[in-house]
Ligand binder design. Structure first.
Ligand SMILES: *Cc1c(COP(=O)(O)O)cnc(C)c1O
Length: 431
């Protein structure tokens, strides 16, 4: 039996908590974020013989749940959560040093499926072992809510309540939030995204309400979303390392820094990962920090890579607190350059990327020649281009199809309830 894994807050030296408590709480009580207190150190051959993502995930993640009620269940959770592939594609035969890791083959067409599916299955296991279901509150301005709703559908022991701002998200996004069967409930809020977040916050601080429904959250700071994201980075890095004998570099389209921090964590556990490069859209908080070493969050600006429209990356606090968090470069890519990169990639290779993925392809192209040619580079493709057809089609002058599973979403019936933008309205809806 291994020692329990304790999670400690980025802000305090207070005693740590086991994984189940960290998952249920979301943020630490002092307002900080949970980090593993110790890291498992994997030997180079630790993953020999592991096949797909589920297999590797079980071995990689088990130590992170030691001492929690989830300890014996990581294998089944991984098998259920990671039931779709993350293929590596070499888009350009003329540039064998660049691979794209496609993370969008899950049911909602974006990499957030990995984190959401793992988190909801963990909540389900916890809810069943404690005998009372958890209610997961999600305030969303788009993609996260869709992945959460989809991940919660049909999962016993959980209830997912999704709040989104009326009239402020795309028709496809709204459909993807409102089409899931119970225990998923969509609430269309008469207010903006900040109002949705304020309502969720108020619900958590209402102790009676919170206890009555065992409220928890699925937002981007949950360690239960971060840990599963280590799995695809680890699989890709191990495979590239086996092929080349060299640790691959990673290029990560970045918003709240969850995906990139998962790569940092995997590298710190001994996985063969080389330099990590962050690609952002025109939001400059991270590129300014990289140059000046000063972190100055700012208001986000709207771009065509909108899932990365973040001015205060929520996981920055983890990166700042982590000892081996070296980042090799941060590249900021504006909308015109995203469009140009989409077009260039398509014209050269026929590969269609989404706008977020294009930031990573551009960042890779900007690496100086020595750095770029010295090793294999893996750029993450975070969403299917068909989800962003309104941007991709005019940029490429070419039609892009939604994969059938995503298209099917549009045929599902919608269930949604309209509520006022007040804490009282949410409490009433929950009861
Ligand atoms: C959420 C998201 C990102 C940004 O990921 P972070 O973990 O927040 O840095 C990038 N691309 C897409 C398509 C996303 O949905």
């Amino acid at each position: 039996m291994s020692d329990p894994m304790l999670y400690i807050s980025t802000r305090s030296q207070a005693p740590g908590v086991t994984a189940d408590t960290a998952l249920r709480a979301g943020a630490a009580p002092d307002g900080g974020l949970y980090l593993p207190g110790t890291l498992p150190a994997f030997a180079p051959d630790a993953f020999d013989g592991t096949g797909g993502l589920a297999d590797l995930g079980e071995r990689l993640l088990a130590p992170f749940f030691a001492g929690s009620p989830l300890a014996g269940q990581i294998g089944p959770i991984c098998r259920d959560a990671f039931n779709f592939p993350a293929p590596r594609i070499r888009p350009d035969p003329g540039d064998p040093g660049l691979e794209i890791l496609e993370l969008f083959h899950g049911p909602t067409g974006a990499f957030k499926d990995f984190g959401a599916r793992f988190l909801f299955r963990s909540f389900s296991a916890l809810g069943q072992s404690a005998g009372n279901p958890v209610t997961v509150l999600v305030a969303t301005s788009g993609d996260t809510g869709g992945a959460a709703g989809c991940a919660a559908e049909g999962v016993p022991g959980t209830r997912a309540v999704i709040l989104f701002p009326k009239g402020r998200i795309s028709a496809f996004q709204e459909h993807q939030l409102c089409c899931w069967a119970p225990p998923v409930e969509a609430l269309r809020v008469d207010g903006d995204f900040d109002a949705c977040q304020a309502m969720v916050k108020a619900a958590f601080s209402d102790r009676q309400l919170s206890a009555r429904h065992t409220l928890t959250s699925a937002n981007s700071i949950s360690i239960g979303r971060l840990l599963p994201q280590m799995v695809y980075w680890s699989r890709a890095a191990l495979d590239a390392y086996a092929e080349t004998g060299e640790k691959p570099g990673l290029v990560v389209p970045t918003g709240n820094l969850g995906n990139a921090f998962a790569a940092v964590l995997a590298r710190a556990c001994g996985l063969p990962i080389g330099p990590i490069v962050l690609a952002t859209n025109a939001n400059t908080t991270l590129s300014s920090w990289f140059v000046s070493h000063r972190y100055e969050p700012r208001a986000s600006i709207a771009t065509i890579a909108n899932a990365m429209d973040v001015g205060a990356p929520s996981n920055f606090e983890r990166l700042a607190a982590f000892p081996d968090a070296e980042i090799a470069a941060v590249e900021c890519v504006d909308d015109a350059t995203i469009r140009a990169r989409l077009r260039r990639t398509f014209d050269r290779t026929g590969y269609m990327a989404c706008p977020h993925t294009a930031t990573a392809l551009e960042a890779h192209a900007r690496l100086d020649t020595g750095m770029r040619t010295g090793r294999r580079w893996i750029a993450a493709a975070t969403a299917h281009p068909g989800k962003f057809a309104d941007i991709v089609e005019p940029a490429l002058d070419h039609r892009v199809e939604l994969p059938p599973a995503l298209g099917d979403v549009l045929n599902r019936p919608v269930r949604v309830r309209d509520i006022a933008g007040t804490p009282g309205a949410l409490a009433e809806a929950l009861d």
